[in-house]
Design a protein around this ligand. Structure first.
Ligand SMILES: Nc1ncnc2c1ncn2[C@@H]1O[C@H](COP(=O)(O)OP(=O)(O)OP(=O)(O)O)[C@@H](O)[C@H]1O
Length: 263
């Protein structure tokens, strides 16, 4: 298995502070990673490195075999699918759901005058269908609920047939039904052997879709642990990560965590 992402001694320093501090981490082809950590831990910074929108202040980052700093990022970026609220904010609210997904095939966020191929349109419709967005293709993006937006963003991130898929808090802001619906759909994607390698950031172990294989826990820019979910997702690691006593349980193919009561 080849490396999809390799960080070696990577730090990102801003205003004299290391947001990501001496991180070494490798993601192999086909793996599905969860990044877990408290607010401000450096999760989005790690994803920004993985999507080539941020360069390390120190160390080496290699994405899909290309070393950051010696590759044209405009050639690299179309190979990486991204779903994040930062990107969603750039999507024109008046554009239809279908156009919102279609523009990704051309590496753009808007494209009123594009002459799309029928093949691309079929692909966009198929991704939207897989995400349960069939009835919304002609709705404008700005009128969607949070859950519908998240599902549109994921369909969009798949459109360019990425080799690496990055999901930044895809279940944030969803109600219980919306979360469970999304987790099921991400679980189906994670188990698809033809789906790209995936990295998903979350705050909640309940949002880990079945089929995800590895976890990286980060706190104050430093990696606490990185490895298979089976061995690394445990109460001791999670308690260290979030800084309070937590009990983590596996129920079937899902995870849950609770804080211990105050004495
Ligand atoms: N450009 C910047 N300059 C200075 N500090 C920054 C910059 N970008 C992010 N930070 C800080 O870096 C730290 C890590 O931010 P990051 O967004 O990666 O955390 P996170 O783990 O994704 O947090 P959250 O869970 O709250 O989204 C935060 O303390 C943030 O305030």
């Amino acid at each position: 298995m080849s490396d999809v992402l390799e960080l070696v001694d990577v730090s990102v320093v801003r205003d004299g502070r290391a947001l990501v501090d001496d991180v070494s981490w490798s993601v192999k082809e086909g793996e599905r990673w969860i990044i877990l950590g408290p607010n401000g831990a450096g999760k989005t910074t790690l994803l920004n490195l993985a999507s080539s929108y941020l360069f390390p202040s120190a160390g080496q980052a290699t994405i899909l075999g290309e070393r950051l700093g010696s590759v044209d990022v405009f050639e690299l970026r179309p190979r990486i699918g991204v779903s994040s609220s930062g990107l969603a904010d750039k999507l024109p609210p008046g554009q239809t759901v279908l156009q919102t997904v279609l523009t990704a095939a051309y590496g753009m966020t808007a494209g009123w005058h594009e002459d799309y191929d029928a093949v691309d349109e079929d692909r966009a419709r198929a991704f939207l269908d897989r995400l349960g967005m069939n009835d919304f293709v002609d709705r404008s993006f700005g009128t969607l609920s949070e859950g519908e937006r998240k599902r549109t963003q994921i369909a969009r991130s798949m459109m360019a047939d990425p080799e690496l898929l990055l999901l930044d808090e895809p279940a944030a802001g969803l109600d219980l039904g919306g979360r469970e619906d999304l987790v099921r759909r991400l679980g189906r994607l994670a188990r698809d052997p033809f789906a790209p390698s995936m990295i998903m950031v979350t705050h909640h172990v309940e949002e880990i879709p079945p089929g995800f294989t590895h976890v990286l826990m980060i706190r104050q820019g430093k990696v606490l642990t990185a490895g298979p979910l089976e061995t690394e997702m445990n109460s001791a690691n999670l308690s260290r990560c979030f800084g309070l006593p937590l009990v983590v349980e596996r129920i079937g193919d899902r995870w849950t965590a609770n804080g211990l009561p105050l004495s």
